[in-house]
Design a protein around this ligand. Structure first.
Ligand SMILES: Cc1cc2nc3c(=O)[nH]c(=O)nc-3n(C[C@H](O)[C@H](O)[C@H](O)COP(=O)(O)O)c2cc1C
Length: 179
């Protein structure tokens, strides 16, 4: 069977972003799309978007599943991520996210591990008609202490939860589209 193609993107443009670290699915191929360079959304341009947005949308459409990493900014997802989602969701009949399975992960330097941002993102998934994996949730608090300079997570329990989520994403994708 062909590998499940996962497109991952993170709501952070920071070079040393914790939310770009350790995206390692098993039994699947992962391509990471960097949101750097996506301009601020302008609805006047939604039918003629900038090239980078068209590329982003076509990669989303070609993927079997998505993996979205969200930092938490002011108890929500960062504008960088919301802005990219807004572009790719338009025009409404060309919502690139429609019917896509998705896993959501996030890391934050605070104690809540991006959970509040993740629940806002899950709410957005309702309107987009995406299908998020429910469990396990992957929320990494105090990430400065848990992710090293190379973006690696040492803690085995944490690695296990991430691996389980990615495995569930593959299983979920196959259940939704068995062919
Ligand atoms: C504008 C801004 C708002 C933030 N708000 C929160 C927050 O609400 N909760 C939290 O846990 N951390 C918050 N942080 C800290 C982030 O968790 C931290 O900067 C993290 O490293 C961002 O993710 P990144 O490493 O992938 O860029 C905030 C950071 C910024 C810059």
């Amino acid at each position: 069977m062909d590998k499940i193609r996962i497109l991952g993107f993170a709501g952070s443009l920071r070079k040393a972003s914790f939310n770009k670290a350790e995206l390692l699915p098993a039994n699947a191929e992962l391509e990471i799309f960097d949101l750097e360079g996506i301009p601020i959304f302008n609805q006047d341009l939604e039918t003629t978007p900038p090239e980078i947005v068209s590329i982003f949308k076509s990669k989303i459409k070609a993927a079997d599943a998505l993996l979205i990493a969200t930092p938490e900014y002011n108890y929500s997802m960062p504008g960088v991520l919301k802005n990219a989602i807004d572009w790719a969701s338009r025009p409404v009949m060309e919502n690139a996210f429609y019917d896509k399975p998705v896993a959501i992960i996030g890391a934050s330097t605070g104690f809540a591990g991006s959970s509040r941002a993740q629940y806002h993102l899950r709410q957005t998934c309702v309107f987009l008609n995406m299908h998020p994996v429910n469990k396990p949730e992957f929320m990494l608090p105090f990430c400065k202490e848990k992710i090293d300079a190379d973006g690696r997570i040492a803690d085995e329990t944490t690695r296990g939860i991430l691996a389980q989520l990615l495995s569930n994403l593959v299983g979920w994708t196959l259940r939704l589209k068995p062919d």
